[in-house]
Write a protein that binds this ligand. Structure first.
Ligand code: PAF
Length: 470
């Protein structure tokens, strides 16, 4: 289903809050609606209770959906789901389930039943925090500002709200229980592809799958008629001395995860099937591939481009889903797609984080307990930069606008002091990865650092605080 793109706020503070949200995710993934993604669940204080009344905290998140329903019909569907979970509207300060239609494509409307975008969405950290995770670049209709800019403005104006949030857990996506056909060679892949009618989405992986990959499949299955995953530990993108031999291989678990999120088939080629004529790479790095990972890992992007373009050719995919955690890989692939005018749409999907903020990665399993505790400081440092950029003043309240060269150098030094080998930490244009000296609009800060033999890669959106709240 392609349908409209809409966002739903979910909350519960009565009885088994997690159970209510789990049921809501299942009900939202039926009929003319599909759940394409969601932020982590967060606990937040109840807002709006009269003095002296202290209702239980609320478990919240934001889900992105694809739907063929018109806004009014989707709004009615949300009320139905609330009622099925026993929502009672009698002025009480507890709700089994509260579902709000936050936004729907670029619709701006006010009717007796429905106001879009939701009038309070941009004033609530428990909405903007998970929304930033799932759709940072979505422009809130009628505002000309992205979700990450609204979140930055709220962080500047009311930092206590963000400080009161507690990340609880990953979103409870419904089990789609698709039978996932395993394809082991080019011939069976071609036969499977010939049998597809409608759109095909491909999710390429090297296996050792985690919730970050699950999010790609979740979205692909919400948007495409058929979803194919690939699992191939691609030797041509590993350099000498890198971890090709010990790269984790967990195929049975991988296939179970793919099926749960709605993949119809998985192509698991051997190296001979993938590269019948040897391992020659054919792409000369240029543009977005030259700095950062390209400079530190010679040959890496040539290997990635070789395997991805060959898989695009074999799968004839309409859409190809990649995570934003590998921001440079995404920029390089977008560049190659444009240079060769390839008929595939690249869909960039959000970074998925663990509860401790570390961006999920197959290599995180190499971190032992105590190293993991330190590793999270890398993610927290990037998050701290977001708060610094939003605040625009020092801890005494003296105006101190974010200054990339100075502030990034301070974070690099801090991380080095904590034992990280910082490869880079830079402010860049999110699409071209060109370094930026100014935070004049939303940008990415990208970083790579080594800790305990593991290389961590991460990035965060930074936005300048708007002169007025957007
Ligand atoms: O991002 C990855 O896991 C790999 O680089 C990819 C895109 C599957 C190519 O091997």
């Amino acid at each position: 289903m392609r349908g409209a793109r809409a966002f739903v706020g979910l909350g519960s503070n009565e009885g088994d809050a997690y159970g209510h949200l789990t049921a809501a995710f299942a009900a939202l993934d039926e009929g003319a609606v599909r759940v394409a993604g969601a932020g982590r669940l967060v606990w937040s204080p109840y807002v709006g209770a009269p003095r002296g009344v202290l209702p239980p905290r609320v478990l919240n998140t934001v889900a992105e959906v694809r739907t063929e329903l018109e806004p009014e019909a989707l709004h009615a569907r949300l009320s139905e789901i609330e009622q099925a979970r026993g929502r009672v509207r009698d002025g009480r300060h507890t709700r089994a389930l509260d579902l709000d239609l936050l936004a729907y494509d670029d619709v701006v409307c006010v009717t007796d039943e429905l106001t879009l975008p939701h009038p309070r969405a941009r004033q609530r950290a428990f909405v903007l925090a998970p929304w930033t995770e799932v759709a940072p670049r979505y422009v809130l209709p009628g505002s000309a500002h992205t979700i990450v800019e609204h979140a930055t403005a709220l962080l500047r104006d009311d930092p206590a709200q963000d400080g009161a949030l507690r990340v609880a857990t990953a979103p409870p996506f419904a089990d789609r229980a698709a039978p996932c056909t395993r394809l082991t060679d080019r011939e069976s892949l071609a036969r499977w592809r010939d049998g597809c009618r409608g759109t095909v989405g491909v999710v390429m992986t090297m296996g050792a799958l985690h919730a970050g990959h699950a999010a790609l499949v979740q979205r692909a299955a919400a948007e495409c008629d058929h979803v194919l995953a690939t699992v191939f530990v691609n030797p041509t993108q590993f350099g000498e001395g890198e971890d090709l031999a010990r790269y984790p291989r967990t195929l049975d678990d991988d296939i179970a995860l793919l099926a749960r999120h709605g993949a119809d088939a998985v192509y698991v080629p051997s190296a001979d099937d993938m590269y019948p004529d040897g391992l020659a790479t054919t792409w000369e790095p240029s543009g977005a591939a030259l700095g950062f990972e390209g400079a530190l890992r010679p040959g890496h992007f040539a290997g990635v481009v070789t395997v991805v373009t060959e898989l695009w050719r074999r799968t004839r995919a309409d859409r190809s889903y990649f995570g934003r955690k590998d921001a440079q890989q995404l920029a390089v692939l977008a560049q190659v797609r444009a240079e060769r005018a390839l008929p595939v749409e690249i869909v960039a999907c959000p970074i998925v984080r663990a509860e401790d903020e570390l961006a999920l990665s197959s290599r995180n399993r190499y971190l032992d307990g105590s190293t993991r505790l330190i590793a999270r400081e890398f993610a927290l440092a990037l998050r701290g930069l977001g708060a610094l950029a939003a605040r625009g003043r020092d801890l005494d309240g003296v105006p101190m606008p974010f200054e990339p060269a100075r502030d990034l150098a301070a974070v690099r030094a801090h991380l080095a002091g904590r034992g990280f080998g910082v490869d880079y930490l830079e402010l860049v244009d999110p699409d071209t990865l060109a370094p930026c000296t100014e935070l004049d609009r939303p940008r990415l800060v990208i970083g790579a650092a080594r800790l305990g033999g593991v290389r961590l890669l991460d990035n965060r959106w930074l936005a300048p605080p708007a002169a007025e709240a957007p």
